[in-house]
Design a protein around this ligand. Sequence first.
Ligand code: PGA
Length: 255
Amino acid sequence: MKRSLKVIANWKMHMTVEETINFFERLSLLVSLDESDVCIAPAFTSIYPLAQAARGTNLKVGSQNVSDHISGAFTGEVSAHMVKHAGGSFSLVGHSERRSHYHENSELISKKILRCLESFLTPILCIGETELEKNKNLTDNVLTSQLEQGLKSLSPNDIDKLMIAYEPVWAIGSGNVPSSEVIQNIHLSCRNFLEKKYGHEVASKIKILYGGSVSEKTIQSLLSHNDIDGVLVGKAALSPDDFANIIKLSRELKK
Ligand code: PGA
């Protein structure tokens, strides 16, 4: 099955509202935003202004996180419903920085996925092994357990509504990227796991993205593989010119 491309920016804790708008204006001069392949996850404060600026285009705006609660006395939290109503259409869930700095476990992550689905946000479940786990040859076990636990409360009918982002923790922000063959094999084993659990049709629909030090230099080899359906870009997505080049190259490769 042919899966459509996604190029997603994860801005982390960068970009004021003004910087967001300037970025958008520059990006829209550099690439067409008529297709629905470009997505940006800014900080919560920039979701609404970016979604407003992007009206009339097909740029998708989303969040980097959502609360595991629906609403209520949870000071400092933002719900999936609020993200949706601010103009969001997706959310990252379980990014490794959330898992490590904010102690998010699989229980919490699986609740967040449910909250996204209830509010019609596409959850993007982030999974990945640490360097230590990789060195101990535990990558497969870690990823399988993160998938199993993260998806455990979902109804089989909802599984194809989510995307998966494989982000080796040691590759994020480090400039070290596994070889594209290694990534392809890991994506394929994730897809095989999904196939065993949910069947071929569902597994073949799910987009599996790669994230971790993606740049203009690495994009070419990454997207030449069948099971790498797109990318999640951190640092290189903070410059509209670099991000535009990644988008252009990605479109060429996945034509
Ligand atoms: P990076 O970040 O591209 O800066 O490595 C990716 C991510 O954390 O999603």
